[in-house]
Ligand binder design. Structure first.
Ligand SMILES: [Zn+2]
Length: 336
């Protein structure tokens, strides 16, 4: 079999991704038409009330916090509206059937397997003991990470939290114990975890603060939570801004800044042990948007970057990673 390349096209193929975006648009009219139920919120990261409108996308208002520069949806649909959407939305279903199915092997090879290896390294780096360890993936999806970790003899107990019944079932078929709930509804006495992960969850949530404080409650003393999210402080989001397919309502409603994320973590009673922006796709995403529509990139330098040789593009992406300038951010935190 040919080696699958790691690029935007293999991680989110244009044809399938466009169909998904179309369905997301239809979901907006089915699930989010009752605008009178929307709630005006302050910055979900730093709680500042100072904000200004950045842009309107598909009738949703994105605001920028004037204190921490986070980008967030406000007014936003109520938590109930969001939960109903995640249960029944056709774009959500399409994501878990077509999208995941078609990208599963590329994701396994380029995203999940390296994540499993990183987790094993992190155990040595950040946990004081390596005996009788428990692991939990919050939002375990199809359970690919659980499977990959199961190949290693590092955790005695591997658990997933997955509110979607269909996905939870898939994980169970693979032999994993799954709590079919949202993080905020977990019975905290039920589990006690050394290492929890939450990949690309925070950008979707009505209340990221509640999520982090809930996650903290399942962590043992000295345990860690590793989470990733999209940050508006990174290259592709800054460059494409309202034209970015990653800033997409109603799915992505918190694009918190790097500074905002740090404030949020501290407010939740957590301490940062490590952070980085390991994203690999910023320039590829900008370049694909540019190829599709050159008028999107008016900046001459970025224009030149998009037309540069592959080694220059790879070096530039490495520079973004090393200088906390990618839109994909990863934190390791522990109860303070
Ligand atoms: Zn803020």
């Amino acid at each position: 079999m040919d080696k699958i390349l790691f690029n935007e096209e293999n991680i989110r193929p244009a044809e399938i991704f466009n169909k998904y975006l179309e369905l997301a648009k239809e979901d907006i009219s089915s699930f989010f038409h009752e605008k009178e139920k929307y709630i005006e919120v302050d910055c979900p990261a730093c709680l500042s009330t100072r904000k200004e409108i950045s842009f309107i996308k598909h009738s949703f208002e994105y605001k920028t916090c004037l204190d921490c520069l986070s980008l967030y949806l406000s007014p936003r649909p109520s938590e109930d509206m969001i939960n109903t959407f995640y249960k029944n939305g056709s774009s959500v279903k399409y994501w878990s059937t077509h999208f995941f199915k078609n990208t599963a092997e590329a994701r396994r090879e380029y995203l999940i397997r390296p994540k499993a290896n990183e987790i094993i390294e992190n155990v040595k780096k950040f946990l004081s003991s390596s005996n009788n360890l428990s692991f939990c993936d919050i939002g375990s999806g199809y359970g690919i990470l659980l499977e990959e970790l199961g190949r290693h003899n590092i955790f005695n107990n591997i658990l997933g939290i997955e509110p979607s019944p269909a996905l939870a079932n898939d994980c169970r078929k693979k032999g994993f114990k799954i709590l079919e709930k949202t993080m905020e509804n977990i019975d905290y006495d039920e589990i006690s975890i050394d290492y929890a992960t939450s990949f690309e969850v925070i950008e979707h949530l009505y209340n990221p603060f509640l999520f982090l404080t809930s996650a903290k409650k399942i962590i043992k003393k000295g345990g860690i939570i590793q989470f990733t999210t999209l940050t508006c402080s990174g290259f592709d989001l800054q460059t494409l801004w309202e034209n970015s397919n990653s800033i997409y309502p109603p799915h992505h409603i918190n694009l918190l800044s790097f500074k905002g994320l740090k404030v949020l973590i501290e407010r939740a009673g957590l301490k940062v042990l490590d952070f980085k922006t390991p994203g690999k796709l910023d320039l590829d995403i900008v370049r694909n948007a540019y190829i599709k529509n050159p008028s999107l990139i008016s900046d001459r330098f970025t224009n030149m970057l998009c037309n540069s040789e592959i080694n220059v593009r790879n070096n530039f992406q490495k520079f973004l990673q090393e200088n906390l300038l990618s839109s994909h951010v990863s934190f390791i935190v522990t109860p303070a």
